[in-house]
Design a protein around this ligand. Structure first.
Ligand SMILES: Nc1ncnc2c1ncn2[C@@H]1O[C@H](COP(=O)(O)OP(=O)(O)OP(=O)(O)O)[C@@H](O)[C@H]1O
Ligand SMILES: [Mg+2]
Length: 310
């Protein structure tokens, strides 16, 4: 039996979330006061790993951090939430990345210093960890510049050791939207873009057409629509589920929690419609508190939220 249900390859950095109605910065050395500032677990991969651990999956995270306060904060916070970090390289020189989020609740502006986020390389991925996974998930494809070229071989290695694979592309800050992603989809079991990403990656304006085009590469596509819920598409199946109504505090990491719910369902052997329902519930419930990990549900909580809405 593999040691881990899930190994996440990805980005880990603190999020500094400044929230309130008045979070627009003003230059000219003007000082503005915001309602609240919080330093929390950030990085799509780290949030997703915490969400998966909360759902009961035996989870390891593999990503580079620096030998600094932010790096230690990340490793300690992941460990506190039951995520194994033995495979995380610590760079002695480069700083840990950090993201500043200016949040007005449902919308936010994001500033990221990538630091070590981009530094994960295939030769630094602990093979004992990789080969002990039932499933390998890759977050933030476009940020992981040091890993991209070697991903086909890495996914192949994971698959030949018996794992399934998934990718959340997240946004491409360069807005080039390729870098070999489409050719990787034939080695990917589940692809988890949001609607803007699905459209940008395919160059297709209509999201239904875009997700169908992505599914033609042979993967299950689980697409996210914010408060519009989510959709699962394969070459012969298509289902949309509405979001679960919640009092939204902050949508940071909702997509990562959707990913955790969908993959937990897959690893439990559930049907695609149950995986999607759980994914949407996990995404929606995670928005109840500020930060990506502030309100992550257990599987019992996610299932209870589903039964309330059906
Ligand atoms: N305002 C909202 N109200 C209720 N549910 C929401 C809201 N925003 C997001 N969700 C839930 O979270 C899921 C994923 O959200 P979203 O579409 O924002 O992903 P994303 O764009 O990938 O997010 P991320 O910022 O984490 O990358 C949705 O499918 C939905 O279930
Ligand atoms: Mg996302």
């Amino acid at each position: 039996m593999p040691e881990f249900d899930l190994v996440v390859l990805g980005d880990a950095n603190p999020d500094l979330i400044l929230s309130g109605k008045n979070v627009e910065p003003a230059f000219g050395q003007a000082e503005r006061l915001v309602d609240e500032a919080l330093l929390v677990i950030g990085g799509s991969g780290a949030i997703m790993a915490c969400g998966a651990a909360r759902l009961g999956l035996r989870t390891a995270f593999v990503g580079v951090v620096g030998d600094d306060a932010f790096g230690r904060f990340m490793l300690e916070s992941l460990a506190e939430r039951g995520v194994d970090t033995r495979g995380c390289p610590v760079d002695p020189v480069r700083p840990t990345g950090v993201t500043v989020i200016l949040s007005r609740g449902e919308d936010r502006a994001i500033l990221t210093a990538t630091g070590t986020i981009t530094d994960l390389r295939a030769d630094a991925v602990d093979r004992d960890v990789l080969r002990s996974a039932r499933h390998v998930h890759l977050s933030s494809y476009f940020l992981l510049a040091g890993l991209r070229r070697d991903l086909p071989a890495l996914f192949e290695e994971a698959r030949s050791a018996g794992a399934t694979t998934s990718i959340d592309p997240n946004w491409d800050p360069a807005e080039e939207w390729d870098g070999g992603l489409l050719s990787l989809l034939s080695r990917t079991d589940v692809f988890l873009p949001n609607s803007a990403e699905a459209r940008a990656i395919t160059g297709l304006e209509d999201v239904d057409v875009a997700t169908e085009a992505l599914a033609e590469h042979g993967c299950v596509v689980a697409a996210k629509f914010g408060q519009g819920g989510g959709m699962v598409v394969t070459s012969d199946f298509n289902l949309h589920v509405e979001a679960v109504p919640v009092d939204v505090a902050d949508t940071t990491g909702a997509g990562d929690n959707f990913d955790a719910g969908f993959l937990a369902g897959r690893l439990n052997g559930w049907s695609l419609d149950r995986c999607l329902a759980v994914a949407v519930a996990c995404g929606s419930l995670s928005t109840r508190a500020v930060g990506g990990t502030g309100a992550q549900p257990t599987m019992d909580e996610a299932l209870a939220a589903l039964s309330e809405t059906t």
